[in-house]
Design a protein around this ligand. Structure first.
Ligand SMILES: [Zn+2]
Length: 454
């Protein structure tokens, strides 16, 4: 333990001594655009990263996929040491609308202790912090405390269309003991966060058609069935006014929260009045008694994204439409899968409204790493050493990310340990990273490598 502390203190001192140089270098890195949606600069930045990793003694390669390459690097210290797979993405969002940037997106600028540039928070600044953590260990001790595999994706901002295929195909090169992703924001107070899972998602559309054309609601009303009513009645059978999903069997397999998850949730800060004020709400969705984090972490949802048909323009139009559509999404918690919920929704529609067409859209599996994973005490100690406070532990977050490729395809525990400030403005103009968060990120990355070797 003392040896761990001494080794780590020396690395922290190196980081402090090189602070200005590290800031200059991350600014040089984000100066290179790598916009996946427009295929700008992707291969150049992938090549730059391969070079960088090789400079750190990694065996590195830009591995081709059906679109943008994955940067894969590996440095094995000893087969007896644990191996951590560090995941990040080197592509960035398009910078539009350009006129709202106070300084150009690819000319990084420091203002008020923050670096402003596209990609500085999401995600180049964060994985560059990991690279600098590795560099600092090597500079001080000449070797890394554990084995490291680096995986940097070039298509995260366009929905990671090839990562599952890539991970399946190259599973042997990704054989690690755990996966750590540094992406997304810290808690808004700046408190460190460790996230263990994400919800999945399954989208679908329902289409109702009746007459061969729209008709007059007076001449044919009462004769021709109304497809909007068909959908409204059908939807009413899918979720109760009390907020429970009533699609037969859909929620049956849901695994209730474990004791350690409940305990972690009870420690999470929550200012419900501030949330309500921010959103202009007087009450939360049904069911009324359900806790805020319970809603987001432990229950599936059924959301109507849009209901379309007929006339909704200005004034009145007495039309009886001939077709209507609704789009919905279901957020999935373990062990629900898109295929399972599609099957249940299809059966429900066939029973309640056999004339309605069910069209499954895209889906993504949920992912969850158990909170009693043996790596948790090490991660906790690493964050404490780097930040001086215990991290907030999120069993799951409400959104969907392809973490399942690590937990389900590779079968490894996966943790998200973000480094960016909560107001990083990712995907928006004036994306930024607080310099102190960037340095904290390097310290956290360094502490993690050291603690994992213990
Ligand atoms: Zn993003």
């Amino acid at each position: 333990m003392t040896e761990t502390n001494e080794r780590l203190d020396a690395v922290f001192a190196h980081i402090e001594a090189n602070r200005d140089d590290f800031v200059t270098r991350v600014m040089d890195y984000v100066r290179h655009p790598s916009i996946s949606a427009h295929d700008i600069g992707i291969r150049e930045v992938a090549a730059l990263l391969v070079n960088h990793l090789e400079g750190l003694g990694f065996e590195a390669e830009a591995v081709a996929t059906r679109n943008h390459p994955m940067v894969l690097g590996k440095r094995i210290v000893s087969p007896d040491k644990p191996t951590v797979l560090l995941y990040g993405h080197y592509d960035v969002q398009p910078p539009d609308p350009l006129e709202l940037w106070e300084s150009p997106p690819f000319e990084p600028t420091i203002r008020n202790g923050r670096i402003y540039a596209r990609g500085i928070g999401d995600n180049k600044g964060q994985h560059f912090a990991q690279l600098l953590a590795i560099e600092s260990h090597l500079a001080v001790h000449g070797e890394l405390p554990c084995n490291v595999i680096f995986l940097l994706e070039g298509e995260e901002e366009i929905g990671s269309p090839h990562i599952a295929e890539f991970v399946r195909e190259h599973a042997d090169r990704l054989d690690a003991d755990l996966v750590v992703t540094s992406d997304g924001p810290l808690h808004e107070s700046g408190a460190p966060v460790v996230t263990f899972g994400v919800r999945g998602v399954a989208g679908f559309e329902l289409r109702a058609r009746t007459a061969s054309r729209d008709v007059h609601s007076g001449n044919f009303g009462g004769v021709v069935p109304n497809p909007l009513w068909t959908l409204v009645h059908l939807l009413a059978t899918m979720k109760s006014p009390e907020g429970e999903i009533t699609i037969a069997g859909l929620t049956e397999p849901v695994i209730p929260a474990t004791n350690s998850e409940r305990e972690a949730v009870s420690r999470l800060p929550l200012d419900l009045d501030a949330v309500k004020a921010d959103l202009g709400l007087t009450k939360l969705d049904e069911p009324r008694e359900r806790g805020y984090y319970d809603r987001l972490m432990f229950h599936p949802t059924l959301t109507i994204n849009g209901l379309h048909g007929g006339y909704a323009g200005p004034g009145m139009k007495t039309v009886l439409p001939c077709e209507a559509f609704v789009k919905c999404d279901i957020r999935l918690v373990e062990p629900l899968t898109p295929d399972y919920v599609f099957e249940k929704v299809a059966a429900h529609v066939a029973e309640h409204a056999p004339d309605v067409e069910f069209v499954p859209l895209n889906g993504m599996l949920p992912s969850k790493t158990p909170m009693d994973s043996p790596f948790v005490p090490h991660i906790r100690r690493a964050v404490l050493a780097a930040r001086g406070v215990e991290p907030l532990m999120y069993p799951t977050v409400g959104g969907s990310l392809p973490d399942y490729v690590f937990t389900k395809i590779l079968g490894k525990p996966a943790f998200v340990i973000p480094y960016a400030n909560a107001d990083e403005a990712n995907h928006a103009p004036n994306e930024n990273l607080e310099i102190v968060r960037f340095i904290d990120g390097i310290r956290t990355g360094a502490a993690l490598l050291q603690e994992l070797s213990a």
